[in-house]
Design a protein around this ligand. Structure first.
Ligand SMILES: *Cc1c(COP(=O)(O)O)cnc(C)c1O
Length: 358
């Protein structure tokens, strides 16, 4: 029998949603379970956001502004570019999808480090393009030299995830500059900076400040992490005017919805508070990474709001152990990613982790 859907999609991993903390708490008879699995910031929406959503809610019978003019202007002003270089979307994952769409025909290659963000292979396969995955270094980061060497005439798009999800590692300014100099100028390079707000290492640069004048560089950012809007789905990219326009053409119409536009605008106005919260996360990062390294010496430095425990085949049992103690973490075949929560939540995680790893 012929299939109604593409055979090449059969091999795609199905998305595994994180467990609901409310369900888990009920099952375990706890007052609360802790979700440290999706890299959200634990402090709630930024001030002004809920009010802005409430106000926008009264107009939900109307379509949103298709051109996303006010939000694109506000983003452009914040990052110091013209609004014609900005495109927004239903989360930055959707924008990545649009970037593959505007750059790749079937069989064209998208190159990225692996393991990296789990959405990349799903999006690339969905678009009918071909993933070329370059293994991470022994230190769990991007091997930019190997990536440069893996470029072929079919390479149309390269992703540099900086800091890298799920390992928290970064590429430094010098090596990134060398890499960008080596890549052909007709290949798009996406700098996925979902965790930029948590970066404190002065050798890790803001891709837009450093490389914004290169036509083939696209900087991808999100409101889901430090800006606290994961539930609303809003992301943006900054690219050359031509690339940004191509993305705006293929974007699903109205996919930056009215509430997301209003909320993102309000969040941008609360950027002092965003920064204060990001600093709290960074303080917790130092503490949790230190505690984890006592248990697993190979834990890499993190510049994001999560830590990577490269515990290989103990990953699944460790995640199960944490879950049975009311802490939800994110296991992968090679390790476990744990987001930072409030100080109390992190204390609880450290205690639960010690019981398994010590
Ligand atoms: C979380 C994350 C994103 C953001 O995705 P949204 O669709 O904006 O929620 C993008 N890239 C990476 C690497 C991430 O970890």
């Amino acid at each position: 029998m012929t299939s109604l859907t593409r055979a090449d999609l059969d091999a795609l991993p199905a998305y595994v949603p994180g467990r609901s903390p409310a369900d888990l708490a009920r099952e375990l008879g706890l007052s609360e379970a802790i979700k440290l699995a999706s890299n959200e910031v634990p402090y709630g929406p930024l001030p002004g956001v809920v009010e802005a959503i409430g106000e926008a809610a009264g107009q939900t019978h109307r379509y949103p502004d298709m051109g996303v003019a006010a939000l694109r202007e506000a983003i452009a002003e914040r990052v110091g570019v013209s609004a014609e270089r900005v495109a927004t979307g239903c989360g930055s994952v959707a924008l990545f999808e649009h970037l593959v769409k505007v750059s790749c025909l079937p069989g064209d290659e998208v190159l990225y480090s692996w393991r990296s963000f789990e959405a990349y292979p799903i999006v690339v396969t969905g678009a009918g393009a071909t993933s070329v995955q370059v293994p991470n270094t022994a230190g769990h980061g991007h091997d930019l030299e190997a990536m440069a060497a893996a470029v072929t005439p079919r390479t149309r798009l390269i992703v540099v995830c900086n800091p890298n999800n799920p390992t928290g590692t970064t590429v430094k300014r010098d090596e990134l500059t060398r890499f960008l100099d080596a890549v052909p100028r007709d290949v798009l390079v996406v700098l996925d900076e979902a965790y930029l707000e948590f970066v404190t290492d002065p050798d890790v640069c803001d891709g837009l400040v450093e490389y914004g004048d290169r036509d083939n560089v696209v900087v991808l950012r999100t409101f889901s992490k430090a800006w606290g809007l994961a539930g609303l789905r809003a992301g943006y990219l900054v690219a050359s005017p031509q690339v940004a326009e191509a993305v705006r053409k293929v974007v699903t119409p109205f996919s930056t919805n009215a509430l997301a536009q209003a909320a993102a605008l309000a969040a941008l106005k609360a950027d002092d508070e965003m920064r204060r919260r990001a600093e709290l996360v960074v303080r917790e990062r130092d503490r949790v990474v230190h505690a984890m390294r006592e248990l697993v010496p190979s834990v890499p430095d993190s510049q994001a709001n999560f830590v990577w425990l490269p515990i290989e085949d103990r990953s699944m049992p460790f995640a199960k152990h944490c879950e049975s103690h009311g802490v939800i973490v994110r296991p992968f075949p090679q390790g476990v990613r744990v987001s930072f929560g409030t100080p109390e939540q992190n204390d609880r995680f450290i205690e639960v982790a010690k019981a398994f790893l010590a």
